[in-house]
Design a protein around this ligand. Sequence first.
Ligand SMILES: NC(=O)c1ccc[n+]([C@@H]2O[C@H](COP(=O)([O-])OP(=O)(O)OC[C@H]3O[C@@H](n4cnc5c(N)ncnc54)[C@H](O)[C@@H]3O)[C@@H](O)[C@H]2O)c1
Length: 255
Amino acid sequence: MARRLDGRVAVITGGAGGIGAATGRLFCEEGARVVLVDRDAPAMAAVAAEIRAAVPGAALHDLVLDTAEEAAADRIVAEARNAFGPVEVLVNNAGIRAYEPLAEATAETWQRIIAVNLLSHAHLTRAALPDLRACGHGSIVNISSTHAVNPRPGMGQYDATKAAILSMTRSLAFEEAAHGVRVNAVCPGLTLTPFHVRRLGRDHADLAAERVDNCLLRRWADPREIAFPILWLASDEASYVTGATLMADGGQKVL
Ligand SMILES: NC(=O)c1ccc[n+]([C@@H]2O[C@H](COP(=O)([O-])OP(=O)(O)OC[C@H]3O[C@@H](n4cnc5c(N)ncnc54)[C@H](O)[C@@H]3O)[C@@H](O)[C@H]2O)c1
């Protein structure tokens, strides 16, 4: 049976984190040739080893770079071309959080979070667009958050960057439609990634079993449940979908 990304060259940033790693693995399972990028070298090595063990014959290239540095964008595209060929799918997923009320937000945190959560995606997109346009089926999936449209106190900087990602997604979809590149966003709800397990200092199994009150499904998402919507948007199954925001949030808006 044909796999959904057979032979496609995909770049995924934040590939050593929960959602990025799950997406990298799923893309490999679906036949993509995957470049995973992360600034965390030990985590990147561990995730690459896990994917290679889980997906025999995986076409995977792991790359340690800080995507917030503008020069990293050209380097990532060059590495992808070198390893596998021109980029056909780009998943802008790297992200950081800042836990500061806006009244206390410093210029330094603002600059860092904008550099990682927004500008790194803008620079990498610009660098990859010639390849994405040339292939005739280019797809960009930007990872935002439910908090882009549903903010809460204490993380205003993060929420603002995630709202900006949705805006950038729509502008880019507009600009790139004529060039055959689709651009969409996924807004994950609470997703049980190693980041949250560390942050909360609790057991993964405990958290997975816990009742979550902010969504209809009453539980955390597993990272693979976010990777599937990303896969769908990246694939030709979503060939008539662009400029869209897909809420993968267990039904938050209904409550
Ligand atoms: N987990 C959730 O509940 C949740 C909910 C909504 C949105 N998101 C978004 O999904 C994305 C992935 O989240 P996650 O939970 O898997 O997070 P995570 O912290 O586990 O993974 C993020 C990864 O990005 C990497 N990264 C950060 N800055 C980088 C940089 N400058 N250069 C290269 N790599 C960098 C980190 O090292 C990390 O491996 C993020 O954009 C996050 O904002 C997550």
